[in-house]
Design a protein. Structure first.
Length: 453
């Protein structure tokens, strides 16, 4: 196992996370994703090895800790149901765990970077401005703050301060009932090392999407047959889940305690030994790829590249072809990429995005109403609706259309709205039942007597 930074010997204040981690399957998936990303970031094509030693310690201080050589990154994972909407700046300190991360950062003597991983996105307005502010602090750390950035720092500092219970505040952090200048200075330092990754795939789709979205590009990068993508993902999940749920003493832990009693071994050194059962490394992931390749574990049909996402299920059950489904997924991604870039361009620049979404939604609703009312008892008018949407977005002109908007962007916006269950290409149906029936259409599964309950 890679040597761990000595600072990790700091005792964790509680151990409840490891006892309940079996419920956090999405957290396990995020640890796998970050492990693959770490290898990709430092991959040497010539030597076919990672240039850094990478270890990930699960359920210690935070959901997991990423160690790149002697650098430490504390990672908190927060899944948020899409029905609750995106994160707001007011929710991030408490529910988003930022205040907790601040305390952990202090416990590590401010010698760690901090990351919040989530799936729900960040709301436009102040919240999105905060994310852009974090990016500018990293890219231009020495530049003086703009007036708006000073306002954001003051507002967020007060929110984080309020989310920290009084018994956990250091005396120097308080000036009356307000945060002191010392705390404000600490918050600015903290924000320099804080990263928010807010666009991870949610728990409903992660295991369908992951082999294609995460495992396949990683295996292609390291020169391994991508036919093992699904098997590799499954085996990596099993390995990391075991690390997440590690409980009770191991043989090495017992030996460490005995050595400490007999030879006066430092408690911190013993704590590092205890972390072994909760740690996986880049070598572990590489070995899984080697084993899957050697065992030719390509038992999942590699031709089935469509994941049962909400968008794919809607189109599948509306009678659309696999080609249409793949085109729709790419169009939705095209829209999300444009939306994210547009929101990051300037503080509060959301009007064009909202106008496009509203115009696309209204036009799509009219098309859906027309086909729904004319189809009689038919429920599979998806291909006709898809073609009509393409025609509408290609020929009808949006009032005050943004310069960079085109028919593909409009179609992508419609596909993204469909993925959020705001547009349907057929009559409504139970998404959960359709996912269990996939890759069959829901009515096909029922007709064939397949168990979908």
């Amino acid at each position: 196992m890679n040597a761990l930074p000595p600072m990790l010997a700091i005792p964790a204040p509680d151990d409840s996370g490891a006892e309940t981690a079996s419920r956090y399957d999405w957290q396990t998936a995020m640890a796998v994703v970050d492990g693959l990303a770490c290898i990709a970031e430092c991959w040497d094509k010539e030597s076919k090895r990672a240039r850094s030693e990478i270890s990930i310690i699960c359920e210690h201080h935070e959901d997991y800790i990423i160690c790149r050589d002697d650098k430490i990154e504390l990672v908190s994972v927060k899944h948020r149901e899409m029905s609750l909407g995106p994160w707001t700046m007011a929710l991030l300190p408490d529910q988003g765990g930022i205040a907790h991360l601040f305390l952990r950062w202090r416990a590590f003597q401010m010698n760690a970077s901090i990351t919040l991983v989530t799936n729900a996105g960040i709301k436009s307005g102040d919240s999105r401005e905060l994310v852009r502010f974090l990016g500018r602090l990293k890219s231009h750390p020495q530049q003086p703050l703009l007036e708006r950035e000073t306002q954001l720092l003051s507002l967020f500092t007060k929110q984080v301060f309020g989310a920290i219970s009084t018994d956990k505040r250091e005396q120097s952090w308080t000036a009356g009932k307000d945060p002191s200048d010392t705390f404000i200075d600490l918050m600015r330092q903290f924000l320099h090392v804080l990263t928010i990754r807010d666009s991870r795939t949610g728990r409903a789709d992660i295991h369908h999407v992951a082999p294609t979205k995460y495992a396949r590009p990683f295996l292609d990068m390291i020169g391994v047959n991508i036919a093992i993508s699904a098997a590799f993902w499954q085996q990596a999940m099993k390995m990391v889940h075991a690390r997440m749920t590690a409980q009770g003493p191991t043989v090495l832990e017992g030996l460490a305690e005995t050595a400490m009693q007999m030879n006066g071994v430092d408690e911190g050194a013993a704590n590092l030994v205890k972390l072994e059962s909760r740690t996986f490394t880049s070598e572990d992931l590489m070995q899984i790829a080697e084993v899957c390749t050697a065992a030719e574990m390509s038992y999942v049909d590699d031709e089935t590249v469509i994941a049962p996402t909400a968008l794919a299920l809607k189109l599948k059950n509306a009678g659309c072809s696999d080609t249409t489904i793949q085109a729709a997924e790419r169009a939705a991604l095209y829209w999300r990429t444009h939306e994210s870039a547009a929101l990051d361009e300037a503080f509060g620049s959301t009007s064009d995005i909202e106008r496009i979404k509203l115009w696309v939604h209204v036009k799509s609703s009219k098309v859906a109403e027309r086909f729904s009312s004319s189809s009689g008892t038919r429920e599979d008018y998806g291909p006709e609706m898809w073609s009509e949407l393409d025609r509408v977005f290609s020929t009808e002109i949006m009032p005050r259309k943004p310069v960079d908007a085109d028919e593909l962007l409009f179609l992508g916006a419609a596909c993204n709205l469909a993925s959020e269950c705001q547009i349907w290409f057929s009559e409504r149906f139970a998404i959960a039942d359709a996912r269990r029936a996939f890759p069959l259409r829901l009515n096909q599964a029922k007709a064939q007597g397949d168990a979908i309950d």
